[in-house]
Structures are given as C-alpha cells and as structure tokens.
Design a protein around this ligand. Structure first.
Ligand code: ADP
Ligand code: SF4
Length: 694
C-alpha cells in the first residue's frame, strides 16, 4: 500500500484472467529500437521498469512469422523457438521484481514489406503495402487465414514457454492485419471475413479464441484495440463501430488495452495535445461494456488524476508508455509519496523517433533510458563520489543542469554559475515558443532537485570570465556554455555566408524569445536545418499575426519531424494558418526588402518579398570561455594550474535537448572514472553470434 493513503487504490492487485498484477501500473507495449537485435539491452530496459514498480511490463510488437518481417525496423521477433531464449532474458528479469511480463504478438499484414525475409506480403485484400517500398500485398485466401491462425497460436505457445504472463492479440495503430480485417476502408471481402461487422471481427475473435485455447489456462489474454481512428465518419469511431466491437467481444479477452489510432494519434506530442488524459474521452466507454479489466493511456503523470480515473471507473489500470520511459520509477515514487520527484514526460517523441531510425531508444528527460545494459546506468542511482573534489558548472541549460544534478547526487560540492537571471538556457528559451510549454519540465525537474541539495550553490546573473573561473579556485570545470543560432545563413546548403546578409534585417530564435519587435511585412523563415524549430517559429509568428513565408530545401516543412510523428500535422497547421511554404528551395542571396531563392533541382531563381529574415540554419558553439581558459593555462600562469576543464552539451556539439542532457549526464558519470572504463563503455555492444547452426 502507498505511504499516502490517498494513492492506496493505485496499489491494489488486479486479476487478468489466471494471473494477477500486483498494482494498477501497466507499461503498455512500446517499441524501443532494441528488440530482436539487442536482446540484452531490451531486457535490461524492461527490467528497470519492473524495478521501478510497474505491475505489468510489456515488450513491443513481436513478429510471429517471416511474412510479417518489419525490417529495417527493429522490433521483437518470435518466428520460431530459436527466438525464445532472447525473450526469456526479459521475462526472467521482469519476474525478479515481482511484475508480470506481457508480449504483443503481431502480424502486420500490408504494413510490412518483408525486406529481410523477402516473403510476399499478405493482406485482407490485394493492396499496396502501406508505405516505404513499391510493392503490393496479396489477398489472403482461406488457407492463408488458417495458416495465420496456426502461426499466431504457435507464437502464443512459445510466448508461454518464454515465460510471458500476458499474451496479446493486437488490432491497433493502423499497423496490424487484425485491424485491417476489421476496417471497411481496407476490407472489401465478400466471404465470411468481409461485409458485416460481425464478419469483419471474425478473425479477431478466432485469434482471441485460439490464444485462449493455447495459453489461457496460465496466461492472461489481452486485446489491444484502437476504438477510434480520429477520422470522424471516415473511420472507426468510438461511439459507433468502436463500441459495437467491444460489445461483440466484451467478455472474450481477459483484458482490454484500448487507445486511439493511428500511432501519431496515440503517441500525440504535447505540441498538439498538451493535456494529460487526452484519450480518455474516446476510451472510457469501454468499461461500461465489459466486466474485464481495462487499461488506457494518455501521458499520465499525475497521481491524483490516476486515482480519479480509477475511482470513476474509466480504467482499471493506468497505462503508460512514455511516462514509463521518462520515469521508470514513477510507481515507486507515488508509492513512497515522493510525487515531486517524478520526472514527467515532456511529450517530445524523441523516444518515438528512435523506432523510425532503427536505433536504441533514448529520452530527453531520462538520459539513462536505453543505456541500462550498455553503460549500466540507472535512472535513480549513480555511483558515489571518489574523493572530496568539487566542481564548477558554467551554464545552466539542459547540459549544465543535468551535469550539476548528477555530480551533486554523487556527493560532490557543485557550484553552478549562469549568466542569465534565470536557469534553463535553451530550454527556458524554447519553451516560450508556441506549443513547447511542456518542455520547461526539463528545467523544472532539475532546478527543483538542485535547490533542495545542501551541496549545491547556484549563482544566476553571473557571466564568468576565465579570470573569474580561475579565481574561484575550483579544480574541475564543466563548460556548458551552449550555442547560438548563426546570423549569416551558413548551414547545410551553403558553407559561405549568404550574399547581402550583413546589411539585411536578420533575426534568430534568440531574438524572438527575447521579444524583439519584428518589422511589419512578410517575415521569411529560412529553415535549412529542417528539424523542429523552423516550423515552431512559423507557427509562433503566424499565430501572433505576422505574415510568414517559410523557405526550406526539404521537400516538406520540418522534414525531420516525420520521426516524431508530427510532420503532417505541422504542415497542415501552417497551411491552415496561411503560412506560405516554399519547399525544395534554398536562399541564394538577400537584400533589404527581398530574398532570392533557388530551386534545389534546377537552380531556377525567384525573388520573394521579405521585411525580416529569420535564420534557422546552424548554430555557433559558445567556446570563448573555453578558449580563454586554454590560453590562460598555456600562458603558464601558476594560479591557473592545476585544474581541469571540459566542454559539454551544445558547446561541445550542438544537437537536440536530449543530446545536451545526455552529454551532461555522461560527463557527471565519467568524472573521476578510470579512462579505460570510459573507453570500454563506449565500445560496448551486442555482437551477432557466429554460430553456424541453421
Ligand atoms: P546546453 O544545451 O548545452 O545546456 P544552453 O545554450 O541551453 O546549452 O545553455 C547555455 C547556458 O550557458 C546559457 O543559459 C548561457 O546564459 C550560459 N552561459 C554561457 N556563457 C556563460 C558564462 N561565461 N558564464 C555563465 N553562464 C554562461
Ligand atoms: Fe517523453 Fe520525450 Fe522522453 Fe519520449 S523522449 S518519454 S516523449 S520526454
């Protein structure tokens, strides 16, 4: 039970068929980019959630057959019994902490293109694969459906053998065969699997029955179902067919895991859905239809909201993917009434982006995520100090804050100096932009932690020179001095300043957040970086009433945000707000009142009016202090000896906020570490087995 009785209800055990979860905290399946290629990393990451108190810890979508081969994306795999040992690593590790382990079995139908297996793709009807490769899937005939059921059943039996307690049937995210059979948009079969809702639900019913028959005696059988596609009358709606499906199958699964579809709606970023519980309006009817337990998600991090959801019978389990990534110890912190220590997800989807890039998961808020096995990092514990040394951290952006916090946790005395009057650096700046307010949690969590520590001195309004750093006499200095956006247009498209830029009215993100008066007339944003910022600034300025033209060499705005599942939303939003998008163009020169842009393919030039040019091209590292310290050290100045200093964060290599946090964390972890160990950790990886067994 919880230390604060208010939260007791969250720690009640709940039965899922033949198994019982020790509490109501349920990590729903989520991808991690570790999967079948990095099983040790996968197991260690899931085990951390179990250690942190999640009553149920699921894996990620798990391919049941080579005709559902998600390559190049790295998910889990259970093609045959040879995949069992890798999955057992996870179940053993999760069970050690008394949690249940769940497996999400899937056949992805036309959402895979089988690039490794080179098997023909299968679908409910003849249709193109849904993305990524010019290829078609063929309609499954009755014998294919029989085979599919056999594969699923075998996978369920192997799941049990691998030690899983909960086995899924999965119809969600617009990604699975079971969902494609269900949706009339895909299914135009004329046999008993097409037509009426009952027919379109037939495959799901069969898969659920098969799974129950195979493993239902000892495993809970869960059904993950997207009740609404958020397409209005053009798709499944919670109050129409969504409800009818739940009514048809109400008591069949042991657990309903419900959400909205597609993935971009389920994993919506805070930029588009700031509110916690944004899915509840769609999912809460489910409990009124079934007596089986229900789990639902919605970026839940507030225990009071969790309690109220359970009390008003909207859910039985608090489902979480991202909140469990940002804070694997969220349940423990609630149990021990350490609410203010919860590291809340900021809804940025950097974790999600890793799946699309087939790389191990990472998180802006939790730099240890994905590093549990490789580096042996723990989100709550860090090895204590080695000596009585102290540290000075200059700059309080995400890198400086994280570095200070971790050094302080290790027990060192930390002095944090910040030139500005407030802490947070770029996080404070960017969270002032439209849609990014939740990002301030990166600062708030760390600031609150630091302010409570007796071994930390914080000085704001303190821009330090090299001489002042030396005067302070602190032996170890971490320079987290950040980076500033360039004002000359140098970037990916041009390694030279833009002709005419020196006499033009040029602005950067820093000007916008400091409230500089923008000229009246069209503002041209040049987004040569193609990350998130150009699109955010376009939204920010156009919402404030400015006429905005965004020029980008990319073929769409904010091209990289496809990985955070935001690109289409951003482009739609900007177009609706009247922002003019000039894609496939770079800027070739600038004058007082216009810019010349050229087509990246033909070089054809065009002039566009411009009252002010806002550049998002590249950043310059702020290394003046670092250079001055080097000069002082090299001058042989006795007072400047001996002391160590290093650059961290954006001053070392500009990147995402997640990169800066990671850099600060790494520096704190590596402080006073054996250089050989630092080197070893960098090279740590899971090597393919050279076994010749076929
Ligand atoms: P990062 O992302 O690497 O953490 P930021 O750009 O967010 O970097 O933050 C850098 C911070 O460093 C800014 O808040 C800036 O005011 C501060 N800073 C830069 N130079 C100095 C200095 N010489 N003394 C104190 N603070 C500094
Ligand atoms: Fe949340 Fe961002 Fe971390 Fe993902 S990367 S869990 S969205 S803070």
């Amino acid at each position: 039970m919880a230390q604060n009785t208010r939260y007791d209800i969250l720690f009640e055990p709940v039965a899922i068929g033949p198994v019982t979860a020790k509490n109501r905290f349920y990590q729903v399946p989520h991808c991690s980019g570790t999967g079948h290629l990095r099983p040790q990393a996968h197991a260690a990451m899931r085990a951390m959630k179990a250690e942190g108190g999640w009553g149920v810890v699921c894996n990620e979508e798990t391919e049941i057959h080579p005709s559902s081969d998600l390559s190049p994306y790295v998910e889990n795999r259970l093609w045959d019994e040879r995949d069992i040992p890798a999955l057992r690593l996870m179940t053993d590790a999760v069970h050690e902490h008394g949690s249940l382990a769940g497996i999400e079995l899937v056949h992805n139908g036309n959402h895979t293109y089988n690039l490794f297996s080179r098997a023909p793709a299968l679908a409910v009807n003849d249709m193109s694969v849904s993305f990524g490769w010019p290829k078609q899937a063929r309609a499954m005939d009755k014998s294919d459906i029989k085979e599919l059921r056999r594969w699923h059943k075998q996978a369920a039996l192997r799941s049990k053998e691998a030690g899983f307690d909960i086995v899924y049937v999965y119809a969600g995210h617009g990604m699975t065969l079971a969902q494609q059979f269900l949706l009339p948009e895909y299914n135009n079969r004329t046999d008993e699997y097409g037509g009426s809702l009952e027919n379109r639900t037939r495959l799901i019913r069969e898969l659920l029955e098969d799974t129950k028959e195979a493993v239902g005696d000892s495993c809970g059988v869960a059904f993950r179902f997207a009740v609404d596609e958020l397409k209005g009358a053009d798709g499944m709606q919670a109050e129409e067919e969504g409800r009818a499906v739940v009514e048809l199958l109400a008591e069949l699964p042991d657990l309903w895991d419900v959400n909205v579809s597609d993935w971009s709606n389920d994993s919506s970023t805070s930029r588009f859905n700031l509110e916690e519980g944004y899915q509840t309006q769609y999912t809460e009817f489910v409990k009124t239809v079934t007596s089986k337990p229900v789990v639902a998600v919605g970026r839940f991090t507030s225990p009071d909201m969790m309690v109220s959801l359970v009390k008003r019978k909207a859910v039985d389990f608090i489902g979480a993917a991202r909140p469990s990534i940002a804070d694997p110890f969220l349940p423990k912190k609630i149990e021990e009434d350490r609410i203010e220590e919860i590291r809340e997800c900021i809804g940025c989807n950097i974790c999600v982006s890793c799946d699309g890039m087939s790389i191990p998961i990472r998180c802006t808020q939790n730099p240890t995520m994905g590093e549990e096995w490789r580096r042996g990092w723990h989100p709550e514990f860090i090895r204590p100090k080695q000596s009585e040394q102290s540290a000075l951290v200059v700059g309080s952006g995400p890198a400086g804050l994280e570095c200070s916090m971790q050094l302080a946790r290790r027990g060192y005395h930390v002095t944090l100096a910040e030139a500005a009057d407030t802490l947070g650096g770029r996080v404070s700046a960017e969270s002032n932009l439209k849609g990014l307010s939740a990002w301030s949690r990166v600062r708030d969590y760390r600031q609150q932690d630091l302010q409570q520590r007796g071994n930390v001195d914080i000085f704001t309004g303190s821009e330090l020179s090299a001489e002042q750093v030396v005067e302070l006499g602190i032996q170890n200095v971490f320079l987290a001095t950040g980076a500033v956006w360039r004002r000359d247009g140098v970037g990916r498209s041009s390694r030279k300043p833009l002709p005419g830029v020196e006499s033009a009215k040029v602005f950067t993100m820093e000007d916008i957040v400091s409230g500089v008066q923008m000229p009246s007339g069209p503002i041209v944003i040049y987004d040569d970086e193609q990350g998130y910022l150009g699109g955010v600034l376009a939204d920010h300025l156009s919402s404030a009433g400015h006429e905005v033209i965004i020029v980008t060499p990319g073929s769409v705005v904010s091209a990289w945000t496809a990985y955070t599942l935001e690109q289409e939303r951003i482009q739609t939003l900007l177009l609706k707000q009247g922002v003019k998008i000039i894609a496939n163009h770079s800027i070739s020169s600038v004058s007082d009142d216009n810019v010349t842009v050229s087509c990246v393919f033909t070089g054809k030039k065009m002039e566009i009016p411009c009252a002010g040019l806002l550049l998002v091209t590249e950043r310059t590292r702020r290394t003046e202090l670092y250079q001055s310290l080097i000069a002082l050290k090299e001058s042989g100045n006795k007072e400047a000896q001996p002391f160590n200093f290093e650059l961290i964060g954006d001053a070392l290599a500009p990147g995402l906020i997640a990169d800066a946090v990671y850099s600060g964390h790494l520096a704190a972890q590596n402080f006073e570490e054996d250089p050989a160990e630092i080197e070893r950790a960098l090279f740590q990886r899971e090597l393919p087995s050279l076994s010749i067994e076929r």
